[in-house]
Structures are given as structure tokens and as C-alpha cells.
Write a protein that binds this ligand. Sequence first.
Ligand code: BES
Ligand code: MN
Ligand code: ZN
Length: 499
Amino acid sequence: MEITIKDAYELDYKSDCLVLPFFETADMELCADIDAKIGGLIQKVITSGEFKAKEGQCVVLYVSGVSFDRLLLVGLGKRADITAEKLRRAGSKAFVRARESKTETVTISVRALNETEKSIGAFSPPYYFTEGAMLGLYRYLKYKKADDDKKDEKEIKEAVILSKDKDFPVQWLTLNTMASTFARDLVNSPSKDMTPTSLTDVAKSLAGKNLKVKVLEQKDSEKEGMWSYLAVAKGSAEPPKFIVLEYNGAGKAVPLAIVGKAITFDSGGLSLKPADSMEDMKQDMAGGAATLAIFKAVSFLKLPINLIGVLPATENMPGGHAIRPGDVVTAITGKTIEILNTDAEGRLALVDAIGYVIKHYKPEAVIDMATLTGACSIALGNEAVAMMGNDEKIMAEIREASDETFERVWQMPLFEEFKEYLKSDVADIKNIGGRTGGLITAAYFIKEFVGETPWVHLDIASTAFLAKPKPYFVKGATAVGVRLLLELIRKRVEKAQKS
Ligand code: BES
Ligand code: MN
Ligand code: ZN
């Protein structure tokens, strides 16, 4: 869906559907002119008690004699309680309803939206409403055949925001939501279509003047001594691909590094997962997909920053050459690891990726995003990303970005007592810390390889892929982390430009 903004009057603009948001209890004064032209239908549906403008409530009226065929009333709840998140949810509800109503062009009236009393975020209310619409309309239909009813529901082509706001950030909104869609498609793709090699092709397709994409083949990774990452790949017939992205938008400035877990399928390896835990393991490259999406948006917008991205891509499979529980490997930093559980593979890949980026790029900081632990959902449900790290400043920055995008993060402690949990009898460290504190020991394991570089770990295991839908997310991939880090970057750029 394309988003445009037009300084036009609702009754003049031709479309299939006009979306008219209302605060509780529907204020008629705001739309008296429109109602007069459609025979008082809005008044009727309000008087009848059917439409009360409760949060997310939708009513579609077929109208004639005006420039639009349908009028979609959508409720925003109480004006005093409005938040950016409520607007996203309402936008999603309205547009999913508009799509069911077979519309192609949808106009949005901003009358009520602009009546909010307080500032609700970095952007104006129509931004959040439209953002929710875009995110809510997403579907993964690649393999749905014609017999599915969703298939004959056409996509909405255009959303026109009827507003005078000349500074409305159409491009930012479009790129954020497109990046989100891009990441969701990658994650929803079956692992057969999204091997380390296919992921490499995707990364290469992003390359351009300001974005270099390098791929380390198995041999190159061996030369780097990334035996921890390579251990994960040993049981797979698919060759591992260590993908490095270099985005240059700010000359010689010290880069920020983003590392995304990119296990294209996690069977658990020889420590094989039970069948029901394996079902959704195509999602295990969600951190990597989010990283690619961020680079896509940043390089399109030519943002004035420097970024390095790393995706240590591989499958985790139980083939004949697979690494065995009890094996010991050496990571790029020289630390030895006793691999007691081959299903704790994410941390093995990540420590080499982080070690590599620190060694070769000396970044200002490293942020990693990883579907790292089942324990993440035990701790936080599907409601928050778990955040841990060694740098309070960047964590505060991420928290601020998260307040803006509602990709909520929750900090967990890295008490030094957890070091004990990872003591190995035969090597410097072991890759599992026992059942208790599993979310934290996974992060603590990574911390042991990071050193002094500022680092933040985001465990997205319970938020990257949903088994049940959320207000503007259908089941499946959510692209969590994409809008979050794009917002962090936007804030940084904004700050730099002000100073
Ligand atoms: N990729 C999984 C974690 C995961 C679980 C992601 C559920 C998304 C949804 C990770 O590689 C894993 O298997 N972790 C193990 C670690 C354990 C063996 C210490 C886990 O959480 O069970
Ligand atoms: Mn695993
Ligand atoms: Zn995994």
C-alpha cells in the first residue's frame, strides 16, 4: 500500500472508502458537513447506539452522491486516554476492515486525529494511525492457493492522508513499514527457501554505492578462527555464510555494529529438539532478517551514520559431521568452549560474530538481536524483548526508542554470580548454564567474549514470531527490532543535526 498525503477536502477527494476516526462518544460536530451530504447516516448509526466510537470499533456505511463509496467510522476510545499505540491499533482495525470491504483507494480524515490534546510521541497522530494500518495489513500469502478466501481479497493500493501537514514524514513512515514487511517476509519464508545461501543473495541484493556486502565462505571463517560459529554448521549440508555489511554514510566516523542471529533452521543439532519445539524454528534468523531490513532502510535514506552489520548464517542440523555434546572448540577470541548442548547454538555463532566485528572494525558499540532462548518467553511472555548489556547509556537509548515504537524492552541483570553457572570442567567456559536463569546465562555467555566494547544484547525469542495474533500483527513474524533500531538511529541523527 502506497501512502500519500494530500491537502484536500474529504468531500472532494475520490476514493473507494473514507476512513473517519472518532473519539468516544462520537462528536457529530466534527463531521456535520459530511453527514449533511449523505442524508444524516452518521447521526443515525450513532443515535441507534450501534456506533459508540469505542477503541477499534468499526462500522462501514455504503453511501452515494459523494466522492467516496463507503464511509468507515472507526472508534479511538476516550480522547483523554489516547496514545500512539491505541492509534496504531485503530488504524490496523480500520484498514483490515476496509480491505474486507474490497477497497483499493482509502482516504483518511485527520479531523479527530488532530484533536488530541497532548503530544503522544515524536510524530503527529496520523503517523501512528497509518503505521498501524500498514503493519496490520501484512500477510504472507506466497503459498496460499486460489481456494483460500484471503486470496481473493485484493490488497489496498493507496492510503491518502487528507492533511495540510507539509512536514508529514511520508518517506520515513513508508520506509519503516516497508523494512518491517521485508523482514517479516524473510522470517516467514520456509527454511528450504531461506538457506544461508539464499540469505546471502538477499544481502547482496541490498548492496549499492553506500553499502558494501562481503561474504566469508567456510574457508574464510576457518582462517579467522571462528570455530565456535563453524561448529554449529558442521551437521548441515548447507554451506555456512558469514555475511558482513558495511554502510558508510558518515565518512570516517566510528561505526555502530549490529549483529543478528541468522540460524536459518534450528533443529537443535544432535541435542535434537522435540517435534513441537522445532515447528517454528524457521524463525531463528529473525535477528539477521531485522539487521538486513535496517540496512535496507538506512542505505535508501542515505542516513549520515556508519554501520556494520554481521549475520553469522548457518543451519543447525544433526548430520553425521555434527558437533557432539562434550566437544571443545576455540572461538575467534581464543577462549575455549565446551559444547554440552548443541541446541544452545545461537550464542556459539554470536560470540564469533561479535568477536569478528570488534577485531576488524573497533565499533563504538555492538548491539546484537537474537532469538536466543526459550527461557525469554518464560520470563516475559510475548510482551517484551529482554535486554542485557554492559553499557547503561546505550540501554537507555534503546529504552527511549522502545517507548516510541512500542517494541517494549525489559532489562534483566547480568550479576557476576552468573559466571559460576558457566564454569566448565574441561574448557574456559561451557555453553549452557542450567535451567535456572536460562535467559540471563545465555547473555552472560556472550558477555564473556565481549570485553570492554559497549554492548547490548536483545533476546527477541518471544517477540519475533507469534503463535497468536496481536492487535496489528497477524500470526508469524513481527520484524521486532526493525522499527526499534531505526528509531534509535533516527534519534541519533536528529541529535547530531541539532548540535
Ligand atoms: N532458537 C532457540 C531459542 C528459541 C526458542 C527461539 C523458542 C524462539 C522460540 C535456541 O537456539 C535454543 O534452542 N535455546 C535453548 C537453549 C538451551 C539448550 C540452553 C532453549 O532455550 O531451550
Ligand atoms: Mn537452539
Ligand atoms: Zn536457535
